[in-house]
Design a protein around this ligand. Structure first.
Ligand SMILES: Cc1cc2nc3c(=O)[nH]c(=O)nc-3n(C[C@H](O)[C@H](O)[C@H](O)COP(=O)(O)OP(=O)(O)OC[C@H]3O[C@@H](n4cnc5c(N)ncnc54)[C@H](O)[C@@H]3O)c2cc1C
Length: 355
């Protein structure tokens, strides 16, 4: 970025914006989570919180979104915006940002959010801090964008002092979703933006629903059963799937299991995978590298099954089972089945040392 683009006067830029992603007439959970954090930042800056919703026929969704804490939602309805496409979405967002001059714009670090934020920082010649885990406001009123660095071993504070807007992306489940208040009032602001055939860079030939094994996404599940390199073989994930099914959850994995080609990348938890925040995270044969912790340590209850009592993951476990996963997991499955079948399920103890 050249100094010719440095802003002399930033006072024209006011307000916090959240780019709202949606699917099947519902907001993506990362967008809801961002509304909660956006609200906090807008209050700190004594300014308004605006959601930006692009789509076709999304007025009702805009009204619903206000209930999460927005002051207003800017809506653009256009058939070209029916589904996310890079160029039209970037064109529309760039025009809106130039028109309204928000000081902060937040995106979910989803595939689409990453694509959009990356394009916009180039179009608008401003900064973008990716994968932030925390925000603050410094003494001069700049957004302090905090993200892991050096493989998660330290946190970097990124400031965008000379350019506006300040833009950041956040992965899902980093922030907690705010409750929905159906009585909350706010403004739905319909706007128009010039869009022509030259703004369309791709045509939709076919839409295939993206579902994961078992149908449940780990990011959305209350229970996640996650497998690591200790499983030793891809076939053993069947055992974890069975446990996950019994607990009404989804399976996930460490990067080493993914890099070994045992499960798809989309199941990877951690710094370079997804962040999960389930009620229960069961880690099976995972050692507990910092990069893995980065994606699951906010889980409400953590159960660790590992044969090595010195495995670092035990340090953050609520319940630790030192034992061979090939004994512990089948026993858990057996006892859960017994419980579901109305038996006590306490016929034999888990052959492991409970910590
Ligand atoms: C830049 C960078 C980004 C990274 N991003 C990620 C990321 O997003 N997610 C991630 O997970 N990792 C990530 N990693 C890799 C990370 O550093 C670790 O290498 C990885 O998490 C280790 O995976 P693991 O715990 O499955 O394997 P290991 O570390 O090999 O651990 C296997 C565990 O299984 C246990 N075990 C073995 N046999 C049994 C048995 N029979 N019963 C019970 N336990 C058993 C062992 O005691 C051991 O603790 C990243 C690394 C780098 C450098």
């Amino acid at each position: 970025m050249t100094d010719s683009h440095v802003l002399e006067d930033k006072s024209h830029f006011r307000g916090v914006w959240v780019f709202l992603e949606h699917r099947k007439q519902g907001l993506r959970d990362v967008s809801v989570q961002l509304i909660g954090e956006g609200r906090r930042l807008a209050d700190l800056r004594a300014t308004t919180l605006t959601g930006v919703l692009l789509g076709n026929g999304v007025d009702d969704l805009a009204k619903h979104a206000i209930g999460y804490g927005l002051d207003r939602v800017i809506v653009i309805n256009d058939p070209i915006l029916e589904i996310y496409r890079s160029r039209p979405y970037a064109q529309v967002m760039a025009q809106l940002i130039r028109r309204h001059k928000p000081e902060i714009v937040l995106y979910g670090a989803s595939k689409n959010g990453r694509d959009l934020g990356g394009r916009l920082h180039a179009i608008l010649e401003t900064g973008l801090a990716a994968d932030c885990v925390k925000f603050d406001i410094d003494a001069e009123g700049n957004l302090d964008m905090i993200r892991p660095s050096f493989g998660g071993k330290s946190l970097a504070h990124i400031l965008c002092k000379k350019h506006r807007p300040q833009m950041a992306s956040v992965r899902r489940n980093v922030f907690v979703a705010p409750p929905h208040d159906p009585k909350r009032t706010g403004e739905v602001v319909p706007e128009t933006v010039e869009l022509g055939p030259s703004d369309v860079d791709a045509t939709l030939e076919e839409f295939q629903e993206f579902t994961k094994e078992g149908g449940l996404r780990p990011e959305e599940a209350d229970v996640v059963v996650s497998g690591g390199y200790g499983l030793g073989d891809p076939g053993h994930f069947v055992m974890l799937q069975e446990l996950a099914d019994l607990l009404g959850g989804a399976i996930a994995a460490s990067r080493k299991a993914v890099d070994s080609g045992w499960v798809p990348k989309m199941l990877q938890v951690g710094q370079t995978g997804m962040t999960v925040r389930p009620k229960l995270y069961v880690a099976v044969g995972i050692s507990g590298a910092v990069q893995h912790l980065a994606g699951m340590q906010e889980s409400k209850k953590i159960v660790v099954i590992n044969i090595d009592p010195k495995a670092p993951l035990f340090e953050i476990a609520d319940y630790g089972i030192v034992g061979d996963l090939f004994e512990v997991v089948p026993e858990m499955v057996r006892q859960l089945k017994a419980l579901k079948g109305g038996e006590t399920g306490a016929r034999t103890a888990v052959p492991a040392t409970a910590r």
